[in-house]
Design a protein around this ligand. Structure first.
Ligand SMILES: Nc1ncnc2c1ncn2[C@@H]1O[C@H](COP(=O)(O)OP(=O)(O)OP(=O)(O)O)[C@@H](O)[C@H]1O
Ligand SMILES: [Mg+2]
Length: 267
């Protein structure tokens, strides 16, 4: 049995021991008569970078939102940081909210606020800090995600796509979370920008012991930084494991995703 603590190890293979930071059991989510997720089970290990894949419209974003409590579940249990989300008191819920950060697929930043102000939104919500301290913290977060300091005073519309992603990540990291949810963080970036973003995420995971839950269609990210990959199929997590396991899985969808024409054209 693997018992290595991710924070004490640099080896990718041993990252994410048996300590489960998030577990979903029997999660069912639907809209009207349409069932999107049916009795889904998932465990996320502390310290791992988990990549989440699945066809477009299969429910990856819906699952993320259901975990975050933004979409109601019809059935199932979600435990996060050891708390049962449904039974958490208001104070517990607030403390849970402080321990996770989110980069949404759409509408990542408030367009009427500068980057710095965007990063400070979670701080204002959860902490009582002086404006000066908040400025210092925002400066640190900009540095952490590799943005120049002058980006802090810009509005999202003045940034490139890659910079918006980095600024959104800075906001997700505003409260020094244990876990971040990233919904397609490299979509729309050129391959060099995407590779740089991947490297940033891998570094953060290594140095901060951050657990990363990342929805992605990016095969390069899946190969280069994910410790495990979860596949959403038939309204459930149909497979989960390291990339090596995905490469030999014979499920038709998984096979064509990881070993299809497009995948094999990767150099
Ligand atoms: N608020 C909602 N009301 C009704 N249906 C919804 C709602 N949100 C999502 N859906 C439906 O749930 C299904 C799953 O959507 P979701 O956004 O999770 O897909 P996805 O796997 O993230 O796809 P993509 O890879 O394209 O982002 C889709 O059929 C979508 O139309
Ligand atoms: Mg989505």
């Amino acid at each position: 049995m693997q018992t290595v603590d991710a924070s004490q190890s640099n080896s990718t293979a041993s990252k994410g021991g048996q300590d489960i930071i998030l577990s979903a059991r029997g999660v069912t989510v639907g809209f009207g008569t349409k069932v999107i997720l049916n009795e889904l089970d998932l465990d996320v290990r502390r310290g791992e970078v988990l990549g989440f894949v699945g066809g477009s419209g299969t429910g990856k974003s819906v699952l993320m939102r259901a975990i975050l409590g933004l979409i109601p579940r019809r059935a199932g249990k979600i435990r996060i940081f050891g708390y049962d989300l449904e039974r958490a008191t208001e104070a517990e819920r607030l403390s849970i909210d402080r321990r996770w950060g989110v980069l949404f697929q759409q509408g990542a930043l408030f367009s009427s606020l500068t980057v710095k102000q965007n990063i400070q939104v979670p701080m204002r919500e959860h902490l009582k800090l002086s404006p000066r301290l908040m400025d210092e913290l925002a400066t640190l977060k900009l540095e952490l995600v590799g943005l120049p300091q002058d980006a802090g005073d810009k509005y999202p519309s003045e940034l490139s796509g890659g910079m918006v992603k980095r600024a959104s990540l800075a906001r997700a990291l505003a409260l020094d979370p244990d876990l971040v949810f990233l919904d397609e963080p490299t979509s729309g970036l050129d391959p060099i920008g995407a590779a740089a973003f991947d490297k940033l995420i891998a570094n953060l995971s290594e140095t901060l012991g951050l657990t990363v839950y990342m929805v992605t269609h990016d095969l390069d990210s899946l190969h280069s930084i994910c410790d495990r990959i979860a596949v959403l199929g038939q309204k459930k997590v149909s497979a989960i494991g390291p990339i090596e396991e995905m490469m030999v899985n014979d499920d038709p969808w998984i096979k064509s995703y990881f070993r299809g024409d497009r995948a094999l054209k990767r150099v």
